[in-house]
Design a protein around this ligand. Structure first.
Ligand code: UDP
Length: 323
């Protein structure tokens, strides 16, 4: 199987590339290295089954060439993380919308199956947890830029569904919830790598707001297994499927668990949202997936716990934890 992974040098994309190369696929990764890093695919250096294309998913000629030569596409390339969305408001919308338009157009031209990764952000401020794929979305105003990410990704989903409905292009849309594990950088605001790094450095762990907001953290290896399972599942075509963990933890509790598990002396320090993201920032209070659909389609459920995740991220940073 010849597989194209856009965003293949990113955190999730590189783990997916490793899994597919190990399974015998010929993998092409397409990445502009904006947030992805070439070191992420270093373990496959010199492997004849890996080809690397450095460039943007908005480059039509490059995408055309890459799509033409493959059998299936995992479209992961996207701006990620709230921090980046807030810092680069124009570029992030452009990459998300134009990139997906370009990939879907070329995929349709050559009739190649596409798995599009979307995000739990699309549920927005909905409080109907656990989030069900068919549930309503609740977005904030356009003056609050955080919601641009959710809207841009929702538009990507609409476009993919439109191709499915109008031409039966095989598309699978996967909404990823908080995904964590080795190689995720804390640079774009993600909480687990930030907390682990701070705990190991003896620096304060900065908890935004009152820390009562909660998340469910899923190990990237579980997510990769879900992605490949869904790509290979013909009944998943034309569907939206959540992938995420169901073990819910508040951010304050997460901070305590990271400190305890790494044996750190760090203090846990609250910091106002406005100080981190500027005035008027709105957060999601709870983000919990319903994974009934993934279970039904591919018998998927996470196998790794939050303790495993903290241990893996800490070990990557040179710690010897009690995980
Ligand atoms: N967060 C925090 N300290 C940090 C980074 C993030 O308290 O150093 C909070 C953030 O405000 C959010 C939660 O942790 O409420 C998860 O943040 P992340 O960016 O990892 O994921 P998302 O908000 O996209 O779910």
């Amino acid at each position: 199987m010849r597989t194209l992974i856009t965003g293949g040098c990113g955190f999730i994309g590189s783990h997916l590339a490793e899994a597919l190369v190990a399974a015998g696929d010929e993998v092409t990764v397409l990445d502009d290295l904006s947030t992805g890093r070439i070191e992420n695919i270093a373990s496959m250096e010199g492997n004849a089954r890996l080809r690397t294309l450095i460039g943007s998913v908005t480059d039509e000629a490059l995408v055309h060439e890459a799509v033409k030569g493959c059998d299936q596409i995992y479209h992961l390339a996207s701006a990620v993380g709230v921090r980046l969305i807030m810092d680069k408001p124009v570029e992030t919308i452009d990459t998300i919308v134009t990139g997906t338009q370009t990939v879907l157009k070329q995929a349709n031209r050559y009739r190649k199956p596409v798995l599009l990764t979307s995000t739990s952000e699309v549920y927005g401020k909905s409080t109907a947890v656990p989030f069900d794929e068919d549930g309503d979305r609740l977005s904030g105003p356009t003056t609050k830029h955080r919601w641009a990410y959710a809207c841009a990704k929702a538009l990507d989903e609409f476009l993919a569904m439109a191709y499915w409905k109008s031409t039966r292009l095989p598309v699978v849309i996967v909404r990823l919830f908080n995904t964590v594990g080795p190689r995720q950088t804390g640079q774009y605001g993600m909480v687990v790598p930030n907390f682990v790094r701070q705990a190991l450095a003896g620096e304060p762990l900065q908890v935004h707001g009152d820390g009562a907001q909660s998340r469910c953290f899923c190990h990237v290896a579980d997510v990769v297994r879900g992605l490949t399972g869904l790509m290979n599942c013909t009944s998943a075509r034309g569907q939206v499927i959540n992938l995420g963990a169901t073990e819910e933890v508040t951010i304050a509790e997460l901070a305590r668990r990271v400190v305890a598990q790494t044996g750190s002396q760090s203090e846990i320090r609250p910091i106002a949202y406005d100080e981190v993201y500027g005035e008027g920032f709105e957060d999601m209070q709870r983000r919990v997936p319903s994974i009934a659909k993934a279970k039904r389609l591919i018998h998927w459920q996470p196998q790794r716990s939050l303790q495993d995740i903290i241990a893996d991220v800490a070990n990557e940073n040179g710690a010897d934890t009690k995980g």
